[in-house]
Design a protein around this ligand. Structure first.
Ligand code: HEC
Length: 163
């Protein structure tokens, strides 16, 4: 019994040392470990580059594709504006403008969009969106408008033309 306790502690210390973070309450540390694993191990595509250059046109194309499919969960601004269940999902839906998400490379974002993140609520877009749409969405993600500036998704506000 005690042996397990000690090895668990050692495992915890090893991971803490590995990710080089200060000793912090377990909840925080666990969340950090999950984040670290996701950013460095789970999510592939780190070296793929975005073939779609940033321009007013590609930002608009990405915004359109985002507004078609991602909007119900991430809001029109990618920052959950008007999404009623964003905080109550487990894990909660992150703001796509946050540092944590912007730290991903374009290739990693493509991988996340294409494959989704099982077992969370983030679905795979393979077969639903074209490669070009996904890369354009990533251009949009790098140029998100200020939080709240686009209003709520039409599905929730009930406005026909709000999209
Ligand atoms: C059915 C709801 C839903 C839809 C539709 C959806 N997402 Fe997500 N998304 C989520 C949830 C839930 C998470 C949090 C998952 C996690 O952290 O494991 C997430 C997380 C993300 C992340 C961050 C991943 C991370 O490591 O934290 C990105 C980037 C993302 N979504 C982009 C998109 C894009 C782009 C689209 C449209 C192509 C989209 N999502 C469609 C629910 C959704």
């Amino acid at each position: 019994m005690q042996r397990y306790g000690i090895s668990a502690l050692l495992g915890y210390m090893a991971l803490t040392a590995l990710i080089g973070c200060k000793v912090s309450p377990p909840g925080r540390a666990e969340a950090t470990i999950v984040q670290w694993t996701k950013h460095t191990v789970t999510v592939g595509g780190a070296h793929d580059t975005n073939p779609v250059p940033s321009s007013a046109d590609s930002i608009e194309a990405g915004k359109q594709a985002f507004g078609f499919y991602c909007v119900v969960c991430h809001g029109r601004d990618g920052q959950n504006t008007g999404v009623p269940f964003a905080k109550s999902m487990s894990p909660p839906i992150p703001s796509l403008a946050s540092r944590q998400i912007q730290q991903y490379s374009d290739g990693q974002l493509k991988w996340i969009i294409e494959n989704g993140l099982a077992p969370s609520g983030m679905p795979a877009s393979r077969g639903i969106l074209s490669d070009d749409d996904m890369w354009a969405i990533i251009v949009y993600l790098r140029h998100l408008p200020p939080e709240g500036s686009l209003g709520e998704p039409a599905v929730y506000s009930g406005e026909e033309n709000a999209k």
